[in-house]
Design a binder for this molecule. Sequence first.
Ligand code: C2E
Ligand code: MG
Ligand code: MG
Length: 390
Amino acid sequence: MASYLGLVDLADYEHLVDTLGSESAKYLRQDFFSRLQEWPRPDDKTRILKNQRFLVIFKGMDTPAALELATAKLARLFEEPCDLLGDPVAIPIHAGFTLLEDDTQTAIQEARAALRSAKRSSTLYQLYSPEQQGRLKDEVQLISNLEAAVELGELQLYYQPKVHARHNNLVGAEALVRWHTKNRKVLEPSHFIDAAERHQVIRPMTWWAIKSAVATMAQWSPELGISVNITPSLLMDDEVLTVVRDALDIFSVTPSRLTLEVTENIMADNQQVMLAQLAKLRKIGVRVSIDDFGTGYSSLAYFRDLPADELKIDKNFVVKMLGSPKDQSIAKTVIELAHNFSLKVVAEGVESKAVAVRLKEMGCDILQGHYYDQPLPLSEFDKRYKPNQQ
Ligand code: C2E
Ligand code: MG
Ligand code: MG
């Protein structure tokens, strides 16, 4: 008879020790184990493993519905925060499950893989699935190739022109990463950015992008700027401030020529920290742009205190604008909203002259899109736009 085997773990014990101190973390761990005592049924087997994970075998339980009940109980047991001397602190847990047929060691390995994937996806639990593990293996391979690519200089920034809507002159470019792989393929970010963001490699990649964009600007005429995309999670620590400050210092570039683009969903988590970090960047003199605007769910209230200089209307609204009155209304609303809060507006995804003209009539400040140009390798951008000699 098959039974589910599960492993339960505290989310990140080292982090708990760092943030709460070792005594409180220890107390929280005791609370974790004592709550787990109430989870199994009398005939189930449990054990605490050497690495402090809790192992359970739900004897005879082999249907997803029964597992769902068991995990619902697990969630209930950890609903209440732990009371640390009057301070309520949530107990962050994850679990991984698999079906135990006969080989316990294999089942433990599978549950461990499922637990890892629960941690990675920030979900309470995952059930082992061989296909998913296959995908994970592919991702591990991709990440290791990408790490090597950063080291070997296989990443390049391409530059897409940004044009002043009324004067029609070049105002700068957005830097967009491309990966020139060993087998001569050029990969666009959709093939690797999401995976990079799930792993640490996004960090060296982004620092490299900031430095090389600033180095490029040092070669360009002083009125031209460059925008670099930055993943919201990297704003959470102060390293970004050091990287930006150092790059601008080393290359003697005026801070206001660098724009950092962050997506609208920065506000989803840790709003206060994100706002504070954006404010610190602006204090250095760097510009902040809210990318893909209109696709998230920001409340109007957040505009009041938003430390930003620019909104970028998401290309999905811009591309179809002329055939879709609704998209056009959204673009118009974003432009008005931005101007009411003294922000500049960039439209990306401008693919035709007609759209460019309409956006200009609507008061949009800056235009970017295939109508003007694709993202270009630096040498090509230099040849076409002569940014060094404006
Ligand atoms: P994004 O920042 O919103 O960049 C705009 C995307 O729209 C780019 O895709 C650009 O090539 C594409 N685009 C430009 N004009 C047009 C147009 O007229 N029509 C259409 N349909 N598309 C247009 P790309 O280069 O594939 O980048 C995709 C996303 O990858 C970027 O979206 C950005 O979120 C991310 N990304 C790119 N480079 C970096 C990077 O260095 N770091 C990070 N963290 N993310 C990056
Ligand atoms: Mg962008
Ligand atoms: Mg965008």
